[in-house]
Design a protein around this ligand. Structure first.
Ligand code: SAM
Length: 295
């Protein structure tokens, strides 16, 4: 099997020059140039030859080379067509990689996993484009892509938001969604000098290991996430007012007030004080009352 040639500044610069490549800011292009960080990501993802890996945004193929070495098969989705001839070159020695020139947000990933891995769970590994971190991760979860884990480089602040609990300023809809679907673990903090060009913010590698089943029981997942979003949309308002003002929820005020009371919370409680379990209970109460009203 071929040995990775990328992952250091000299070889990266050489490839960029050879193809006269110009970085596209709009695509969040910050390429990894540090072998130690690449090793850490591959180790944290626990990839074996039995694995099918989905890589989002391969860039010039730096991490893809490492993934191809460790995994059975790799599908790498890249939006920038200027990178496709470069990937053909840097990945020419690997026969277990397929490059897909697509916007990952538009790609039917469940279909890809079905066709390429017989619907068996995949491992997602990526140095994500930061401008769309949340829609990518939420999309993977909400579309119920069969996944064992997601191991990704994200902005440090976003990694923190994913793993905190109630009572902290970073706690929000992203924390609750991630923790409903997975167990987050911050693998490493990564400074800007490990990338070319250097990003303005610090980064972190986070591993999200999918739960076999969600840690709380929810009757209507979509309702719970609409409630969560509404309670964090208006952070300075009480939970009751936040839910009452949410145009898309349309829950009668008395149902909201009663359900919060039954949760054992006072009328001035804010959404940011509730745990995932409490949001699940609140959603189940509201769901029950709304269904009761319809009868
Ligand atoms: N994996 C490479 C590395 O670590 O050096 C590049 C990572 S760079 C942070 C993000 C990559 O995602 C870029 O190659 C960028 O062109 C690609 N990208 C940005 N938006 C995308 C999208 N919507 N769909 C697929 N790829 C995208």
């Amino acid at each position: 099997m071929a040995v990775p040639t990328l992952g250091n500044p000299q070889n990266t610069i050489e490839i960029l020059k050879k193809y006269n490549f110009t970085f596209q800011k709009k695509y969040g292009q910050n390429f990894l140039i540090d072998i130690h960080v690449l090793d850490k990501i591959i180790r944290a993802a626990e990839i074996t030859k039995d694995d099918f890996v989905l890589e989002i945004g391969p860039g010039i193929g730096t991490m893809t080379q490492y993934l191809a070495q460790a995994a059975g098969k790799v599908a790498a989705v890249e939006i920038d067509k200027a990178l496709i001839p470069i990937l053909e070159d840097t990945l020419s020695e690997y026969d277990n990689v397929m490059v897909i020139n697509e916007d990952v947000l538009k790609l039917d990933i469940p279909k890809l996993v079905n066709e390429e891995n017989g619907g068996k769970p995949v491992k997602v590994v990526a140095n994500l484009p930061y401008y769309i971190t949340t829609p990518i991760i939420m999309g993977l979860f909400e579309k119920h892509v069969p996944m064992e884990s997601i191991t990704v480089m994200v902005q440090k602040e976003v990694a923190d938001r994913m793993q905190v609990g109630p009572g902290t300023k970073d706690y929000g809809a992203l924390s609750l969604a991630v923790q409903y679907y997975a167990e987050p673990y911050i693998v490493a903090n990564v400074p800007p000098n490990c990338f070319m060009p250097r990003p303005k913010v610090g980064s972190a590698v986070i591993r999200l290991t999918s739960h076999e089943k969600p840690p709380v029981q929810v009757e209507d997942e979509r309702l719970m996430f609409r409630i969560i979003r509404a309670s964090f949309n208006q952070r300075r308002k009480t939970l009751a007012n936040g839910l009452n003002n949410a145009a898309d929820l349309n829950i009668p005020k008395e149902v909201i007030v009663e359900s919060i009371k039954e949760l054992g919370k006072g009328p001035s409680v804010r959404g940011e004080a509730l745990t995932l379990e409490e949001f699940a209970k609140l959603s189940n109460r509201i769901d029950e009352k709304l269904k009761g009203e319809m009868l």
